[in-house]
Design a protein around this ligand. Structure first.
Ligand SMILES: *Cc1c(COP(=O)(O)O)cnc(C)c1O
Length: 495
């Protein structure tokens, strides 16, 4: 028995149980009914502040049950629920319930997974998780890596490893300025905005990004990529890396990874794959060809908090040669009594963070709960639903289906009667669809996001949701058409 509460943070065993059981009961009810209400309440910040109140910082404490009851009320009644079956926005998945329990356990033990000695079992679990993730996407289990907060961080972690490995002079000793030739990187125009942040932060500069045009299928144009590399070499630049997309953020296109890998070999460049969204689909046997070349990557970014349905946050950097991360990130300050060896795997030496949480547990638990077969089913189902969404849009006279790749479908509402001249028509459709998206997002019957494809403003549904069904997709089609008609009617009056 622990002594009575002597410090304000302490909770008795009975109090913890009482509040904990209340919370678990509330959460299981919430998950059970998540599809019954709207996706979002669409309340404004001012309205939310009214619920939250404006009391100043508390001087004295209050009991835990009061705080948690209030938190449950605020969050369950005033949130956007990405676990709702009609949430198809951005690339934010429905979170597997087991992940919530795993996070609770992680927080309870609270290992600091920066150093092995502070997190003996948690470090082993993270190592095992990394190995399983490599196996999952079909690369050699000898790949190493680290879990990070998400896709941006996973890509940054790899970017710096590439820079350290490929810069002509030592970045760590002499800095970026000693590398007299300008370093440049290559990616398709569909690449996520992380690459710009990386260029800003890491001494490449925005002008050091070579944005390669896409071919007719939306893939990076391989011929133009090679031309750009040759031109840069001739002009005294130093190419260091090519980024291939395995599911681009906007429309889900997978680049020709095999050809990119071959070019990287020819020109001695680092081959990075941004698979933050799409690479888990490599688990599906029928898609093996689409992802061919993954096994040649020097590094890969993937996001368990996207298509592995892990709660936020969980990203992962995988590297073919784990030593490249140590060469980039390891330091040995005198105040660390951490022994580095094969048996003393210290994660602070593999990435940006020092103190690190135990985000591996929820991923490790999910991989076992669902299994490879379960993921093949869930990811496959999401792709099928997206294809259904596309087909239904194709068939509807007032919808135009635009693209369908992996689990992303883009479409737009096209009213029966509209301005006659082609230019006026496109401008009108763009305005109409943007207004439609804004209305849908506020109303909360369905949550979609947008894409701009060859100048067309489109609605975009990305299905990384294990609760969505055929019926949801059929209803979403009806909602889009119904709201599209309304907005068209309103805007025709003002035209
Ligand atoms: C989502 C995404 C990112 C960014 O990942 P976060 O987890 O949001 O940081 C990067 N690249 C691609 C292709 C993505 O889909």
């Amino acid at each position: 028995m622990l002594p009575e509460r002597t410090s304000p943070a302490r909770m008795s065993k009975e109090e913890f149980r009482k509040v904990g059981y209340y919370l678990v009961d509330s959460i299981s009810d919430f998950m059970d009914r998540i599809g019954d209400g709207p996706v979002t309440t669409g309340e404004t910040s001012t309205q939310l502040q009214a619920f939250l109140g404006t009391t100043s910082l508390p001087e004295t404490g209050m009991t835990a049950d009061v705080i948690m009851k209030r938190a449950v009320d605020l969050l369950f009644n005033h949130s956007l629920f990405n676990g709702h079956p009609k949430f198809l926005g951005y690339i934010t998945s429905s979170a597997a319930p087991l992940g919530a329990l795993a996070d609770l356990l992680s927080a309870a033990v609270n290992p600091n997974v920066g150093a092995n000695i502070l997190s003996p079992m948690a470090t082993e679990i993270e190592k095992q998780t990394i190995g399983w993730l490599a196996e999952f996407i079909g690369v050699s289990p000898t790949y190493g890596g680290i879990l990070v907060s998400g896709g941006n961080m996973a890509n940054f972690t790899a970017f710096l490893a590439a820079r350290t490995a490929k810069a002509p002079k030592s970045i760590r000793q002499d800095g970026i300025a000693a590398n007299d030739a300008r370093l440049v990187v290559y990616c398709s125009k569909a690449t996520h905005a992380w690459i710009e942040k990386a260029a800003f932060f890491f001494g490449i500069g925005a002008n050091g990004i070579r944005w390669i045009e896409q071919d007719d299928f939306g893939k990076m144009h391989i011929g133009l990529l090679e031309q750009a590399i040759k031109r840069d070499l001739k002009n005294g630049y130093t190419p260091i890396m090519v980024v291939g997309n395995a599911g681009d953020v906007s429309t889900g296109v997978v680049d020709d990874l095999k050809s990119i890998g071959a070019l990287c070999k020819t020109y001695n460049l680092w081959f990075h794959i941004d698979g933050a969204y799409g690479i888990p689909a490599a688990v599906i046997p029928e898609l093996k060809n689409v992802f061919a070349g993954v096994e040649d990557a020097d590094s890969i970014a993937l996001d368990p908090h996207k298509w592995l349905y892990s709660p936020l946050e969980a990203g992962c950097t995988l590297v073919k040669d784990p030593q490249t991360l140590i060469d980039t990130y390891s330091t040995h300050p005198v105040y660390y009594n951490f022994n580095s060896s094969e048996s003393q795997h210290n994660y602070y030496e593999y990435g940006f963070q020092n103190s690190r949480g135990f985000r591996a547990l929820k991923v490790w638990a999910a991989l076992q709960h669902v299994g490879r077969e379960g993921y093949i089913n869930m990811i496959g189902k999401n792709i099928e639903l997206s294809q259904l969404f596309f087909r239904l849009a194709q068939r509807h006279p007032e919808l135009e289906a635009i693209t369908q790749n992996l689990s992303i479908t883009t479409l737009r509402y096209v009213p029966a009667e509209r301005p006659d001249d082609a230019k006026g028509k496109e401008a009108y459709l763009n305005t109409l669809n943007e207004a439609l998206l804004n209305r849908l997002q506020r109303k909360g019957d369905v949550f979609l996001s947008n894409a701009v494809i060859k100048g067309k403003y489109c609605l975009r549904g990305c299905i990384v949701n294990f609760r969505t069904t055929e019926k949801d997709i059929e209803e979403i089609i009806d909602i889009v058409v119904r709201e599209g008609r309304k907005i068209h009617k309103e805007s025709v009056n003002v035209l």
